[in-house]
Design a protein around this ligand. Structure first.
Ligand code: SF4
Length: 519
């Protein structure tokens, strides 16, 4: 017989969704199927799956043509629709979570102030972090750039005779081109984050800082796994695919010689590293092999555990619209009998700290909220940016790595300000994007055509009389010109959009006719 007290206690502890299994496969397992954006793309069974559009074509240091890659992504209509819907779903979940916290704006102010204070005293907190980490038996290394980071890690691996490294997702290692470097030096690197592993198997970089394979349809994943892991190419069920990947990767994890994680926060007060994941893969990477190496950007340091509490409340809410990441792991020293190393990497961060207009981009906690809300990112996919960081935050960070190579990126924005509104650490993203446009125009990093057009537009907009005279002419032209004059190969803007019908009169004209005379 059921104990009513027991039932009551159990009901009080469980979420209503756990007590009310919905229909479908999940119900047979005694719980609802996960309502997660990554599992929601529709399988394509009735015809040939749409080919996955690839990212920007990189030609050395030449400016990345984001618009060309975005065109191809938009042309793959199923991918574009799915990508837009998945990210908008994350944005909505984020809104629900943040609106549920009355103190959300207070938290944002606090987070922004903590980051600004820490960045203003970065040398002091990094010293404190190093002292406390060393006191816990952690080896601390400093790397000026990506190359030095890779060499330090290779040296540690060689000292231990390590040939296989399991790695938890880290954007910093992408910045350092870590996987390619290790391949050249015959160290096998296995990603343990599912999305990142998919990207690794497909020979692609992550397209998003939180959900690296978010641009892929289930059919794309099925095709990659069929080719690389020998799974059934016609089965794109997410549970089947996740299981095949687990079966293939677990033996590699268990036999790895070393593990690597990134670092979400480095707490100066304790010398500890905090890593947030939803799959527990950082814990696998850190605890399975005896050697744990952490890659950490120098801007990840925060002063105290109290400050950590603020960021932990904000990170997952902003990223995925969930109250917390499933695993928030706190590494304060090597595991018993093991060894732990931290490589603190600069890679341009000190230079960025000295940039009057752009230093506050160092506050970023890589939640990806600005990407999920950005209409350009949602419709063009992260790989179209051809850079480690895509979306609004990428538009600010990338030109600090190479103003020439990423000179087109700050123009891949509508400057609508939504990114700034959702940013949990209050970075004025859209203003910095506009500032980059000015800097690039002043430093001659723009193509002549774009520069000429911007100059002409600037002159027109700065002269109200000229602007008012030009507007009726333009409106009349829009109404009467044959379509091919507006929609042609030269006008890339018009390829993806219809110009709205031109109004019969301008607002100024209407005001003159209706108000001025009556006043
Ligand atoms: S800029 Fe702000 S919103 Fe964008 S990833 Fe960084 S912290 Fe998140």
């Amino acid at each position: 017989m059921t104990d009513p007290q027991h039932t009551l206690r159990r009901d009080a502890m469980l979420h209503p969704e756990m007590l009310d299994p919905g229909p479908g496969e999940g119900a047979q397992r005694g719980g609802r199927r996960l309502d997660h954006a990554e599992g929601q793309s529709k399988p394509l069974r009735s015809r040939t799956p749409e080919a996955q559009p690839r990212g920007a074509v990189i030609k050395g240091d030449r400016p990345v043509d984001q618009a060309e890659a975005a065109d191809r992504f938009i042309g793959a209509t199923e991918h574009e629709k799915m990508h837009d819907e998945r990210l908008w779903d994350l944005r909505q979940k984020r809104d629900r979570e943040t609106h549920g916290l009355p103190e959300w704006e207070e938290l944002r102010n606090l987070a922004s102030a903590i980051k600004e204070h820490t960045l203003a005293n970065l040398d002091k907190y990094l010293d404190q972090f190093e002292t406390n980490a060393r006191a816990q038996g952690i080896h601390v290394h400093w790397a000026r750039d990506g190359e030095e980071h890779n060499r330090i890690v290779l040296g540690i691996l060689r000292d231990h005779g390590a040939k296989r490294l399991i790695k938890s997702k880290s954007m910093l290692t992408e910045e350092c081109n870590f996987r390619d470097f290790m391949k050249e030096h015959e160290v096998e690197v296995i990603e343990t984050d599912l999305g990142e592993r998919i990207q690794q198997l497909d020979g692609e970089a992550p397209s998003h800082v939180v959900v690296p394979a978010v641009h892929k349809l289930r059919t794309d994943v099925a095709a990659v796994f069929a080719e690389k892991l020998g799974s059934d190419p016609d089965n794109d069920d997410v549970h089947y695919l996740a299981e095949r990947q687990r079966e293939a990767t677990r033996p590699l994890i268990l036999s790895a010689d070393a593990g690597m994680t990134g670092c979400n926060f480095a707490v100066a007060e304790t010398g500890a590293v905090v890593v947030c994941t939803n799959e527990g893969n950082a814990d696998l990477s850190a605890n399975t092999p005896p050697l744990h190496i952490v890659s950490a950007g120098i801007e990840k340091v925060i002063p105290t555990m109290d400050h950590l509490a603020v960021f932990v409340r904000m990170l997952s809410r902003s990223a995925l619209g969930s109250p917390l990441t499933q695993y928030t792991s706190y590494f304060r020293g090597p595991r018993r009998g093991g060894e732990m190393h931290i490589v603190l990497v600069d890679n341009g961060r000190s230079d960025r700290l000295g940039m009057e207009k752009f230093w506050s981009s160092l506050k970023c906690i890589r939640c990806g909220a600005c990407m999920n809300t950005c209409p350009v990112f949602r419709r063009s996919g992260g790989l179209s940016y051809g850079a480690t960081y895509a979306g609004p935050i990428g538009l600010i960070l990338d030109p600090t790595f190479s103003a020439r190579k990423y000179s087109n990126l700050p123009f891949a924005s509508t400057l609508n300000g939504s990114c700034t509104n959702v940013c949990p650490v209050k970075i004025n993203i859209h203003e910095q994007i506009a500032d980059w446009r000015k800097v690039l125009a002043e430093t001659h990093e723009l193509p002549l055509l774009k520069k000429g057009m911007m100059k002409a537009a600037g002159a027109l907009l700065a002269n109200p009389a000229l602007y008012r005279a030009a507007l009726p002419v333009a409106n009349s032209a829009l109404r009467h010109l044959p379509r091919f004059v507006i929609y042609n190969r030269m006008n890339t803007w018009g390829r993806g959009r219809e110009v709205p019908h031109a109004p019969k009169q301008t607002f100024h004209q209407w005001y003159k006719d209706n108000r001025e005379t009556k006043a």
